[in-house]
Design a binder for this molecule. Structure first.
Ligand code: C2E
Ligand code: CA
Ligand code: CA
Length: 665
């Protein structure tokens, strides 16, 4: 019982939500409270000005009103301040103390006036105390402890001052007030309970909302960010791109979309494993973010491809300068737990709105520029231009014509000999695809092979051409062999590889006389898949040639695992060999590698005697190029072979050749 009574006067300091809500509810009541107290007191001072000395009636009232005004002023000031938690509870205590102090002062004043008045004035005093305290208690509804202090104090004062007055009417008023106080206390208690429940419910709701918000923030982060690097992912990137395009359309401003792709990442991943690859990507993402600055939006689109949105329009010069900063940042070797890995970055840029007016168009343009950067200037950047636009149109037209092409009739092969300088004999002919379209004429393989890959026609073209090549091989004298180019899609297609094998066996061709040429870059796309296809061809007895060697970050691990039958030094080295010492060193080291692992080395693109001599000096015996012979039609081959046989010694080396030739010896 006592505990329950004590509870009514207790402050809810253990529940901060309730404390803060009480304070904020009370703040609105404060002016009313003081107004009521002052106004009612002024009325009492007026009715008692005749019966009591002015110093007590008017003077004391004046002093009490002044106290009310000062407190009100303090409250108004404090209201603007954001209270820390511990001060909030203290403020509540102050309210309770001030309630007691003020009521004691007022009741003291009433007690003093009581001594001077007659029955009428005392009845007014009783009415004043009852009505004022009851109204104040209602104002303090949410601050229960103060309300109960006011009620209890008034009840005591009432009983002491008026209950024992001996006046029947005053005793009656006292009883009326006591009944009212009981009902008032009961009502206040019930309302206070609902108030606390409401606050607690509201607090729980806010906390629940907070949890939901955090959960939804987490979900947003998971759905829109790349788990490895923490960068925005592909989905977020496209959403952002669309938003920016919408925004820029309104303001008629421009911006730049960039795609950055790491060159040489795949070999790092394959050779050192995924942990090193992942760590490299994380470091690369951090470097990219730092190098591009805070205004640029950086996302990881997947694998080793990143996207940038530069929110302003830059001149080509400025853009290339920025791109050089990015590329320099990524070129610094990565140290991953002691493994030093080196990659570079190619970039493609497209400007809005010139290059594309919507997200997919702009992305395709930047991708086109990136593709060109990777193909023609690895580690560099290309900005999409009107020339690229024309190229895209040309390719689209080619694609349409190719889709309708009659493969067996329109595709044929030219053959270019591979010669051994030491013996002066033709070791093999490389088959080079030719497309003669009735509508657009002769199209070079460099143009149509990528399109045929894209429209999924490459498999049919390869099989048709390989059939033609086997027919030719059957007409050539032994041991002249065939070197046949495969595309990346062929190498990745088990069905094409099986059909090639089937062609060799059904035509009873000698697999020992057939080499398949694959480029280094194909290996880098999916080494395991390529290795399986190569294994199948080698099991048949065919050779495998690593074409365009030196351009594609090949690691020795690749070469060892594939154990190719030949390696072809890329044409670009041959061209530079005569005037670039570094180039000569590279060729020399490739030739050295071939000698070490007992693999034939072919220098391709030999265009002059000088290049042939240097190649010979560097230790390479097998050569191919315009200087030896241009690609020729099959009909020209017998005469060519006869000519070579007749002038056999003409190609004999002028210097000692240390390179070896598998079929020439
Ligand atoms: P590749 O395999 O490196 O073929 C050699 C290319 O260099 C041929 O160009 C050839 O004509 C050219 N060439 C030969 N000697 C010289 C020279 O001394 N100087 C210069 N500048 N060029 C020389 P082509 O026939 O235009 O073929 C281009 C590329 O197309 C080939 O490069 C090969 O990657 C691809 N390709 C050709 N035929 C086929 C094919 O049947 N299937 C596939 N998948 N790709 C093929
Ligand atoms: Ca080739
Ligand atoms: Ca080549």
């Amino acid at each position: 019982m006592f505990k329950r009574i004590f509870e009514l006067f207790r402050l809810p300091t253990d529940n901060l939500d309730v404390v803060r809500s009480q304070l904020s509810a009370f703040v609105h009541q404060v002016p009313l409270l003081y107004f009521l107290l002052a106004a009612n007191s002024i009325v009492v001072a007026w009715t008692h000005s005749d019966v009591a000395p002015p110093i007590l009636s008017i003077g004391a009232c004046y002093a009490l009103c002044l106290i009310c005004a000062v407190r009100l002023f303090q409250w108004m000031q404090d209201r603007k301040r954001n209270l820390p938690d511990k001060h909030a509870a203290r403020r509540l205590k102050t309210i309770r103390v001030m309630t007691v102090v003020l009521l004691v002062l007022f009741f003291g004043w009433v007690g003093a006036l009581y001594c001077y008045g007659d029955v009428n004035s005392r009845e007014h005093l009783a009415f004043y105390v009852a009505i004022t305290v009851n109204t104040i208690s209602i104002c303090l509804l949410q601050v229960r402890s103060s309300a109960f202090v006011a009620i209890s104090l008034s009840a005591v004062v009432f009983v002491v001052m008026f209950g024992f007055s001996g006046d029947k009417y005053l005793i009656g008023i006292t009883l009326n007030q006591l009944f009212s106080v009981v009902v008032l206390a009961y009502t206040i208690n019930i309302h206070y309970g609902s108030f606390v429940d409401l606050i607690q419910f509201k607090g729980e709701l806010i906390r629940q909302n907070g949890r939901m918000q955090r959960l939804s923030d987490d979900n947003f982060k998971i759905a829109n960010h790349d788990a490895l690097t923490g960068l925005p992912n592909r989905r977020y990137f496209f959403a952002r791109l669309r938003d920016i395009i919408d925004g820029k359309r309104q303001t008629a401003d421009g911006f730049i979309l960039g795609l950055v792709d790491l060159d040489g990442f795949k070999p790092v991943n394959d050779v050192y494993g995924h942990n090193v690859g992942d760590a490299l990507l994380m470091q690369a993402a951090a470097r990219l973010t730092e190098a591009t600055g805070p205004d640029t939006f950086v996302a990881r689109l997947g694998g080793d491809e990143f996207a940038l949105i530069i929110p302003e329009h830059l001149s080509d010069g400025d853009l290339l300068t920025r791109s050089r900063v990015i590329s320099a940042a990524l070129q610094v070797p990565f140290d991953i737990d002691g493994v030093i890995a080196k990659v570079s970055a190619s970039a493609g840029f497209a400007a809005f709105p010139e290059a594309g007016s919507n997200d997919s168009e702009l992305y395709d343009r930047a991708d086109h520029a990136l593709y060109h950067a990777k193909a023609n200037m690895r580690g560099g950047a290309i900005i999409f231009s009107s020339e690229h636009e024309r190229e895209i149109r040309r390719e689209a037209h080619l694609e349409q014509v190719l889709r309708k092409a009659h493969i067996a009739e329109e595709f044929s092969l030219a053959y270019q000999p591979i010669l051994s300088r030491s013996t002066g004999t033709v070791v093999a002919f490389e088959a080079l695809a030719r497309w003669t379209s009735p509508s657009i004429g002769v199209v070079s393989p460099g143009l149509f092979i990528p399109i045929a890959e894209k429209v999924d026609m490459i498999g049919d073209i390869t099989l048709e051409l390989f059939g033609q090549a086997l027919d030719q091989l059957a007409t050539w004298p032994e041991p002249v062999g065939l070197s046949f180019n495969l595309s990346a899609r062929d190498v990745a297609s088990a069905s094409t590889i099986m059909k090639l094998i089937l062609l060799v066996t059904t035509r009873s061709a000698d697999p020992q006389r057939i080499d398949f040429e694959i480029t280094e870059t194909m290996l880098m796309q999916d080494f395991e898949l390529a290795a399986q296809s190569i294994q199948a061809l080698r099991l048949l007895g065919c050779g495998v040639v690593l074409d365009d060697f030196g351009t594609g970050y090949s690691s020795l691990a690749y070469v060892h695992r594939l154990s190719p039958s030949k390696i072809k030094v890329d044409r670009s080295f041959t061209m530079e060999m005569s005037h670039d010492r570094q180039c000569r060193t590279i060729v020399q080291s490739i030739v050295g590698l071939c000698n070490n692992i007992a693999v034939d080395c072919v220098v391709e693109g030999v265009e002059s005697e000088a290049q042939a001599v240097i190649a010979g000096e560097l230790g390479c015996d097998l050569m191919q190029g315009y200087h030896i012979a241009r690609p020729m039609w099959p009909a020209a081959i017998p005469a060519y072979l006869a000519g070579v046989a007749a002038s056999a010694g003409a190609f004999r080396p002028q210097v000692a050749v240390s390179g070896r030739s598998r079929r020439s010896g």
